[in-house]
Design a protein around this ligand. Structure first.
Ligand code: THU
Length: 128
């Protein structure tokens, strides 16, 4: 039985708009009330304006009023499981703190980390 959060991230890949890279990513974020917010990567012809699945899920969740999060899952079809990019690590850290992050692929391979392990010395609001 697949964890519903990981399954939501896998399902979200189906909506990826990735005409340039063909690299489909899904993300799912669990809020403190148990709600699940999903996202997929949305690419742009300028490339640089592409938004990753993790940020889409997180900004959707914030825009719907969620403020506290327990876990995030990231799904892509790679054998070496895809971790979040640097920009997403910064934003997940700022908005979610040291949450659990699960990586998964469609064959059910999973790895679980904490954000502090992936992003060990962050710049954040405490420095301002
Ligand atoms: N991408 C994500 O959506 N999340 C990640 O964690 C890594 C990269 C997307 C961005 C782009 O659409 C494609 O994957 C290739 O970089």
């Amino acid at each position: 039985m697949m964890d519903p959060l990981l399954q939501a991230a896998l399902d979200a890949r189906a909506h990826a708009h990735a005409p340039f890279s063909k690299f489909r990513v899904g993300a799912a974020l669990e809020d403190a009330a148990g709600g699940i917010h999903t996202g997929c990567n949305v690419e742009n012809a300028t490339y640089g304006l592409t938004v990753c699945a993790e940020r889409v899920a997180l900004f959707k969740a914030i825009s719907e009023g969620a403020r506290q999060f327990r876990r995030i899952a990231v799904a892509s079809d790679t054998e070496d499981l895809t971790p979040p990019c640097g920009a997403c690590r910064q934003i997940v850290w700022e908005l979610c703190g040291d949450i659990e992050i699960a990586l998964v692929n469609p064959r059910g391979k999973t790895e679980i980390y904490r954000m502090s392990a992936l992003f060990p010395k962050p710049f954040d609001a405490s420095f301002i």
